[in-house]
Design a protein around this ligand. Structure first.
Ligand SMILES: NC(=O)C1=CN([C@@H]2O[C@H](COP(=O)(O)OP(=O)(O)OC[C@H]3O[C@@H](n4cnc5c(N)ncnc54)[C@H](OP(=O)(O)O)[C@@H]3O)[C@@H](O)[C@H]2O)C=CC1
Ligand SMILES: O=C(CO)[C@H](O)[C@H](O)COP(=O)(O)O
Ligand SMILES: [Zn+2]
Length: 341
């Protein structure tokens, strides 16, 4: 198949390239419909990754969050027109211990391999998860980020001690909001506390039990378990506050990506017997659990629809560039493009 792939060739510069692709009987062809931007994409778009990384990874099609319509299934199992969430992680082996998203041999789209900004996406058939008809399409575009939140909370369930009284989330942005909606479903009996930098963003977390500005947290406040959803330089102070406010033997799940190493007060981590668990990306099972949770919980779908922040139809390279520039200045919510190239 000859495919048109919309690749970032240099920071802020996209180019359409024609690529010959081999399609096997195990692949399906999907036409992308709604695509959502992750911070990882904006770091490539703006050239915030180190020069050596950019040299190694570009040219590359961005975007690893999206839904599309099945165009062709050689096995006729997916009907044409079926809306599917595309799983960006492509594993090439299985391991009894290591999950697919941590296997070094796996290929992750828009991080070294072409993402979803393509005319057609060829997917191994197990990389497509059917999206129910009653899901909002723009919300469905960021099911990948929901699956990352699901993966994080599944890891937390597996690692944490028996204390589920208070779950604290540091970060008042997209990942914090998504993870917070999931905490309400996965830990319904826990108190949910959000710690953020902006009152205007914290106001969106109306379903949380309590929200705090990070410079106004009571000294004696304690959480049982914590999730860090900040990233960048903000991770350092978020992790420091988590260490200060988590109960002994609690678990902190770290999700925010920082370009430079951040300092951690290991003396306190040791003294309090804390567990720090890094979490990155997600696998097929996390996508399926995410879709199941959304299917069973209309209120979660509604909350996540409120996270659609900036939307636009894109048809040309100029539209795509303008869209990414717009996403950079968008204050609240996910940037979702209707892919119409
Ligand atoms: N592990 C994974 O698989 C994934 C990781 N990520 C990463 O997660 C991070 C967050 O992404 P996203 O939610 O989309 O980004 P957002 O910018 O939407 O949200 C981050 C929010 O956290 C706030 N913040 C910064 N520092 C602190 C702090 N110390 N305490 C509390 N809040 C703070 C930011 O405020 P301000 O803007 O003022 O700094 C911002 O409002 C990024 O690094 C992203 O790359 C995203 C997806 C998956
Ligand atoms: O966003 C993510 C998953 O949804 C990850 O943070 C992202 O894949 C990290 O990739 P990179 O190493 O290219 O920044
Ligand atoms: Zn992402």
């Amino acid at each position: 198949m000859l495919n048109q792939v919309y690749r970032l060739v240099d920071p802020r510069q996209f180019e359409v390239q024609t690529v010959a692709e081999e399609i096997t009987n195990n692949d399906i062809i999907v036409r992308p419909r709604f695509l959502s931007v992750c911070h990882a994409d904006t770091r490539y778009f703006t050239g915030q990754r180190p020069q050596a990384t950019l040299r190694q990874k570009l040219p590359m099609a961005l975007i690893h969050e999206g839904v599309g319509e099945v165009v062709k299934d050689p096995q006729d199992k997916f009907k044409p027109g079926t809306l599917v969430a595309m799983v960006p992680n492509t594993p090439f082996e299985t391991d009894p211990i290591i999950k697919e998203n941590y296997l070094p041999s796996s290929k992750f789209r828009s991080s070294g391999y072409d993402g979803f900004m393509q005319e057609y996406v060829s997917l191994h058939r197990d990389r497509a998860i059917v999206v129910p008809d009653n899901f909002d399409h723009q919300m469905s575009a960021f099911i990948e980020m929901v699956s990352v939140g699901v993966h994080a909370l599944t890891q937390l369930e597996g690692v944490m001690d028996a204390d589920r009284k208070v779950i604290g989330i540091w970060g008042d942005g997209n990942l914090g909001f998504i993870t917070a909606t999931l905490v309400k479903q996965i830990f319904p009996d826990s108190q949910l506390m959000i710690f953020g930098r902006h009152q205007s963003k914290l106001d969106y977390f109306s379903f949380a039990d309590k929200t705090y500005l990070v410079d106004d947290i009571p000294n004696d406040l304690k959480v049982s378990q914590a999730l860090e959803c900040t990233g960048g330089r903000g991770s350092e102070s978020a992790i420091a506050q988590i260490i200060q406010h988590i109960r002994p033997m609690g678990t902190a799940i770290l999700m925010g990506v920082s370009e430079d190493p951040v300092g951690i007060d290991t003396r306190s981590v040791l003294a309090e017997g804390l567990t720090l668990r890094g979490v990155s990306r997600s696998g097929r099972a996390d996508f399926q659990r995410a879709v199941d949770i959304l299917t069973d919980s209309p209120v979660t779908r509604e909350r996540l629809q409120n996270l659609v922040g900036f939307t636009r139809k894109v048809s040309t390279i100029q539209d795509i560039t303008d869209f990414f520039e717009g996403a950079l200045t968008n204050y609240w919510g996910k940037a979702v493009m209707e892919w119409d190239v």
